[in-house]
Design a protein around this ligand. Structure first.
Ligand code: HEM
Length: 501
């Protein structure tokens, strides 16, 4: 080879190496000088490969030992700050509520939020804050307004549950489908005033659509973390777009139907409640934006936010009670003593049944259905414990790490309702480190409703039925974590249900 050829090869190789080096540097460079530390990302995929064998919340808990409570990772093309302790979460979400109240501009969030109009997945704005206040107040009214009405609404479907359980005739079955029927029926009633039989094709259709939603967005869309691929017509993204359009069309139809028969001041369900709010705002000449779009996305938020979370928590509840029969027996015995066998549980019973309230809270802690909460983003440049986080950075909270932190829980990896009781047997008020619903400006708006709903259903179930492991599986753990990425699900299982009386 002559000298010129060697020289040109060296030049080309140097050029290629420089381009690769520059690309490597550019694609792994942190967004600011004082950005939180973290593991080195790879070009293109960032730190995604770290989650190949373990779900993110568990990987982040391990990384905490090396990088502290606040660190950063690159998820695909998105730099993300991880908050890994109660202290870090409070410093951000509670002490700087507006700075950390944004939502990232994920493609799936845009579709699911009706193009930025919903409260759950839209970015922070004054309109967003007003709409959230209105919807949150309506939900609170539903629970605290008329207790008897709320109790009847939640327990309306229990005769259907009892019949379905009786039909199993003591044979092993997976309760997931039955729980889905129950939760979809309750939310259908709350949002649309619908009362379906469990085998009604309309209900089954809604459940199938819900399942399809989950399969599409359960672990996010690739475009969410690789925005530069948005030009590729991904089938999953297209499917999600169609599903969202159909869902909003259905909700708008329901709003139009409700408007025809709605009597102001006498709400039958959540749509009526928001039509009332819309009318009152118009009559008072208020400068609000309660459009039909806002009502529709509010309904989608409540239905979407309330279904899978409640289904998975109830599925965990049964698994935990079967795994720990002594807790189940104690709950049944207390229900017998306080409620007896003639009447249904009421919310007033909570005061006399602190152990059951504590067991429900412990299910929420132990299961932590949304271990990494819902992603936030910074609404402006901000400082956090000496780090600089630029506006628009994605921020995730590791609720699971807080629920497994020995600083707040005596035995964080054990299931113990006693975690929520003080030495006098009273339910601990606001226990440090109990954050299944997150905290700050974006805290879950369904918290009080779902706590009340879980208490009623949980108490009713164990008051009437005894659930146990399938004979021959006594040594098997029923509380293994299932396929998890962004949701903490328990592995599927079968159990046996028998009437207690
Ligand atoms: C066990 C049941 C539930 C759990 C564990 C749960 C948990 C959560 C969590 C962790 C968040 C994210 C908060 C954040 O971004 O910081 C959230 C948000 C939300 N949840 Fe829930 N949730 C549950 C039930 C419900 C129910 C029943 C509803 C409606 C009736 C609901 C409606 C919402 C809405 C609308 C948001 C968005 C709030 C916002 O962005 O401002 N959730 N939930």
């Amino acid at each position: 080879m002559d000298g010129t050829l060697v020289e040109s090869h060296v030049v080309v190789a140097t050029l290629i190496l420089s381009i690769v080096g520059l690309f490597w540097h550019w694609s792994t460079k942190k967004p600011s000088k004082d950005f939180p530390p973290g593991p080195r990302p790879l070009p293109l995929v960032g730190n995604l490969l770290d989650f190949a064998f373990k779900p993110p919340h568990m990987v982040f808990l391990e990384l905490r030992n090396k990088y502290g409570d606040i660190f950063s990772v690159k998820i695909g093309q998105r730099w993300t700050v991880i908050l890994n302790s109660l202290h870090a979460t409070r410093e951000a979400l509670v002490k700087q509520p507006v700075n950390f109240a944004g939502r990232p501009d994920l493609y799936s969030f845009k579709l699911l939020s009706g193009d930025g109009k919903s409260i759950a997945l839209s970015d922070y704005s004054i309109d967003w804050a007003n709409n959230r206040k209105m919807i949150h107040a309506s939900l609170r009214n539903l629970v605290t307004g008329d207790h008897t009405k709320f109790e009847a609404l939640i327990l309306e479907f229990t005769p259907q549950v009892a019949s379905a359980l009786d039909l199993t005739k003591g044979k092993p079955f997976d309760p997931k489908q039955l729980i889905c029927h129950l939760v979809y029926s309750i939310l259908g009633k709350i949002c649309f005033g619908e009362s379906f039989a469990f085998d009604d094709p309309m209900l089954l259709e809604k459940m199938a659509a819900g399942q399809e939603f989950l399969e599409l967005v359960g672990n996010g869309l690739p475009i969410d973390f690789f925005p530069s691929l948005a030009w590729i017509p991904f089938k999953r993204a297209e499917k999600l777009r169609n599903l969202c359009e159909l869902n909003f069309l259905d909700i708008h139809r329901a709003i139009d139907c409700h408007r025809k028969t709605f009597v102001p001041g006498k709400p039958r369900d959540f749509i009526d409640q928001m039509l009332d709010a819309q009318l009152a705002a118009k009559q008072n000449g208020e400068d609000t934006n309660i459009s039909d779009e806002v009502i529709a996305t509010g309904i989608a938020d409540i239905h979407g936010g309330g279904t899978d979370t409640t289904i998975v928590t109830l599925y965990w509840s049964l698994a935990l009670m079967v795994q720990f029969p002594q807790v189940q027996d104690k709950i049944a015995q207390l229900a017998d003593e306080v409620i007896g066998r003639e009447r249904l549980p009421t919310l007033a019973d909570r005061e006399k049944l602190p152990y059951i309230v504590a067991a429900v809270h412990e299910v929420l802690r132990y299961s932590t259905k949304l271990p990494m909460s819902v992603p936030h983003s910074t609404t402006q440049d901000c400082k956090l414990d000496g780090y600089f986080i630029p506006k628009g950075t994605m921020v995730m909270t590791n609720l699971w790490a807080i629920h497994r932190d020995g600083e707040h829980w005596e035995q964080p990896y054990s299931f113990r309702p006693e975690h929520f009781l003080d030495e006098t047997g009273t339910v601990r008020k606001h226990p440090e480190g109990f954050v299944p619903f997150s905290t700050g400006r974006r805290v879950c708006i369904g918290e009080s409703m779902v706590k009340a709903e879980l208490f009623l259903l949980f108490t009713w179930l164990f008051q009437h039925f005894k659930f146990s492991k399938v004979p021959g599986t006594e040594d098997q753990s029923y509380i293994e974590h299932g396929q998890i990425l962004v949701a903490n699900e328990v592995n599927t299982y079968k159990l046996i249900a028998k009437r207690r009386f």
